[in-house]
Design a protein around this ligand. Structure first.
Ligand code: AMP
Ligand code: ZN
Length: 136
């Protein structure tokens, strides 16, 4: 299903022009208008899912296969030396467009773009988190 007031629904379904790198029945891949690096692109499902929690399992599987295909293509033609696959959920995580998308971010040796600052994990916190999060 599409959502009427969603810009990524409109882009994914071709109602708004975009720099399209790939399209099939389920997805459109477009260049990001505010790229972090050369080639930064977005995988957009044509159906509206707000985030990862709501994403259909079959679409989720296809999205990762497509991400791999695009990453291999970009590596080949852009000669990037690294690659980040980024996917934000919720404003606290930096999501600004509430339609599920995956960022394809080619990385280059001359490009410093730290995605997070590592902190320390102490054994007590690790044990508490394992008992809280571990999937039964
Ligand atoms: P996020 O912060 O994960 O929600 O990412 C949203 C991304 O969408 C940002 O990197 C924006 O630069 C990008 N963006 C927003 N509007 C457009 C648009 N019309 N076409 C292409 N990319 C867009
Ligand atoms: Zn949408």
């Amino acid at each position: 299903m599409k959502k009427d007031d969603c810009i990524f629904c409109k882009i994914a379904n071709g109602e708004i022009p975009s720099s399209t790198l790939y399209e099939d029945a389920d997805f459109r891949v477009v260049l990001d208008i505010g790229p972090a690096t050369k080639g930064h692109a977005l995988i957009l499902p044509k159906e509206h899912f707000e985030n990862l929690y709501e994403l259909d399992d079959a679409v989720a599987s296809k999205a990762l296969v497509l991400a791999k295909k695009m990453a291999c293509r970009m590596k080949e033609v852009l000669h990037c030396t690294g690659f980040n696959l980024v996917q934000n959920n919720g404003a606290a995580a930096g999501q600004t467009v509430m339609h599920f998308h995956m960022h394809l971010i080619p990385r280059y040796d001359d490009n410093a773009l730290p995605l997070w600052k590592p902190q320390e994990l102490n054994p007590e916190d690790a044990a508490a988190l394992v008992s809280l999060i571990r999937q039964p």
